[in-house]
Design a protein around this ligand. Structure first.
Ligand SMILES: [Zn+2]
Ligand SMILES: [Zn+2]
Length: 201
């Protein structure tokens, strides 16, 4: 196996397993641990993997650097071109391992719909805690009184349903899961929103 091939294989293994021991990689790929260390060096340097005690792991979801951000004009929403505010940014990780950044969940969900099965993962911030959360299991709040000045209709994202519910109790709006939110935004943009708004329980 060529070094480059092996490096790609290592990358793949780490992505699949989230973390690996150097010794396991050495056994799996049938090369010395020293060779594994050498192969890992550039991957560690470019931030693809992180060295841990006795092994390596993939980094926590992080802000993409310009190298990965090929599809984006730096700092602009992939869909509408608006300058991305990190507080709202919605990121799609594609099967090509490129990362697309949308300005907010509004554009993020629409872009997700466009790309469909080319998206392997999506992340967004929790509106309250500003932590990065997994978009498909996030809760989406629409039609609330708080306006963040991004796209309309606005969608805010929350990690916990409890927080989304509390937010809606205080500031109005509706809570949706990922699929509901995606359908809702598409329908709203198609103009079916005015006559059949759901009443709040
Ligand atoms: Zn946008
Ligand atoms: Zn937006």
């Amino acid at each position: 196996m060529l070094p480059l091939e092996r490096q790609n294989r290592i990358k793949q293994l780490i992505l699949e397993n989230k973390s690996m021991k150097i010794s396991d990689l050495s056994t799996l790929l049938n090369v010395s641990e020293m060779t594994i260390h050498r192969d890992l060096k550039p991957l560690i340097e470019d931030g693809t993997v992180i060295k841990t005690f006795g092994g390596i792991t993939i980094p926590e979801i992080r802000v993409p650097d310009s190298k990965q951000d090929l599809n984006n004009d730096k700092g602009k929403c992939v869909l509408c071109g608006r300058i991305v505010n990190e507080r709202m940014a919605y990121r799609l990780i594609l099967s090509t391992s490129q990362i697309e950044t949308a300005c907010c969940a509004h554009c993020g969900l629409l872009r997700y719909q466009q790309l469909n099965d080319r998206v392997i993962h999506a992340i967004c911030p929790d509106f309250l805690k500003q932590t990065t959360i997994s978009a498909p299991v996030a809760w989406y709040v629409m039609d609330t009184e708080i306006h963040m000045g991004c796209c309309h209709p606005q969608i805010l994202t929350f990690e916990l349903k409890e927080h989304a519910d509390k937010f809606v109790n205080g500031f109005g709006g509706y809570v949706f899961n990922f699929y509901e939110a995606k359908n809702e935004i598409i329908q709203k943009l198609q103009g079916h929103n005015s006559s059949c708004k759901r009443s709040q329980q």
